[in-house]
Design a protein around this ligand. Structure first.
Ligand code: ATR
Length: 274
């Protein structure tokens, strides 16, 4: 019988997850379907109970349910627990188990363009996306991480909460701009530069290190002002489609044990974005 997967969230109509997962299922030859379910906050509990009742094998969780779903799951993986957000649910022996593949997806995508070990990394932002990315980057060996945020105190308390004060410090955005040339890898996790504010950058006039890797998690537009500036200075750039595809690929792997062709999926998403 065809297996059923999906994503729950609100809004959900723009989600590109069905495109990715249904392509991967048919490309690998798995008889399954992935559907986007519009679920409002007040229906979350019923939706999760219903997913189990109708035999859904696994699903993704997006805004606004990534935190609220915790008490509705049978188990939550340690990483998701620390990050404080679940984006992937896997059915294991009739139990729903929550995972977070956002941070690990980001790190796997970054490894396509750079080694991470021993690098001096700047994370811009201290919101939900930054939490997942900081958690996963800090698992890599021998990294030094600096987090800058409009509200620096939020960056500082995130570092404290994760007990990362030995490898991680917080600074202001102004200090980050001044010291930008020190960082091997720059990771932009805020919404600054997202459509329609495509001429905004969180690091105006910053001078990147020669040979720097600059990654922006935004994918609309594909090349943010930050990435255009970085590219003009000779940096290697990476846009947000990669993280999006890799978090999906890791979810797919949790469900099926198989890792899909990420290059093919990136191309699909880029075509769809135009
Ligand atoms: P997400 O889950 O996408 O990370 P979030 O948790 O709301 O969203 O976090 C948004 C991040 O973008 C935060 O780091 C936020 O900075 P503050 O903590 O100071 O609010 C940052 N951000 C959003 N709008 C910004 C702006 N106009 N300028 C600078 N930073 C901004």
């Amino acid at each position: 019988m065809k297996k059923l997967y999906g994503v729950i969230g609100s809004p959900i109509s723009q989600s590109m997850s069905p495109l990715i997962h249904n392509d991967a299922f048919s490309n690998i030859g798995i008889d399954a379907h992935y559907h986007a379910f519009h679920v409002e906050k007040n229906h979350l509990e019923q939706a999760v109970i219903g997913m189990k009742a109708i035999g859904v094998e696994g699903f993704n969780v997006t805004i606004p349910h990534k935190e609220a779903i915790f008490p509705l799951l049978d188990k939550v993986d340690q990483g998701a627990l620390q990050i404080g957000a679940v984006n992937t649910v896997v059915k294991v022996a009739d139990q729903f188990v929550g995972y977070n593949t956002d941070g690990s997806g980001f790190v796997q995508a970054l490894k396509e363009v750079s080694a991470i070990q021993g690098k001096n990394i700047l994370i811009v932002g201290a919101g939900g996306a930054a939490r997942a990315i900081l958690y996963s980057l800090a698992l890599e060996s021998n990294v030094t991480i600096t987090v800058c945020n409009r509200t620096e105190a939020k960056a500082a308390s995130l570092i404290e909460e994760f007990s990362l004060t030995d490898i991680c410090i917080s600074i202001t955005v102004e200090q980050a701009i001044e010291r930008l040339c020190e960082f091997d890898i720059v990771v932009q996790t805020t919404s600054v530069g997202m459509f329609p504010s495509t001429n905004e950058t969180p690091l105006p006039d910053g001078k990147f290190k020669k040979g720097a890797i600059v990654s922006d998690i935004i994918y609309n537009p594909l090349k943010t002002k930050l990435l255009r500036d970085a590219e003009n200075q000779g940096a290697t750039i990476q846009h947000g489609v990669k993280m999006f595809v890799y978090q999906a690929a890791l979810a797919f792997e949790h469900w099926t044990g198989q890792f899909p062709d990420t290059k093919r999926l990136e191309q699909l998403v880029e075509e769809k974005l135009g």
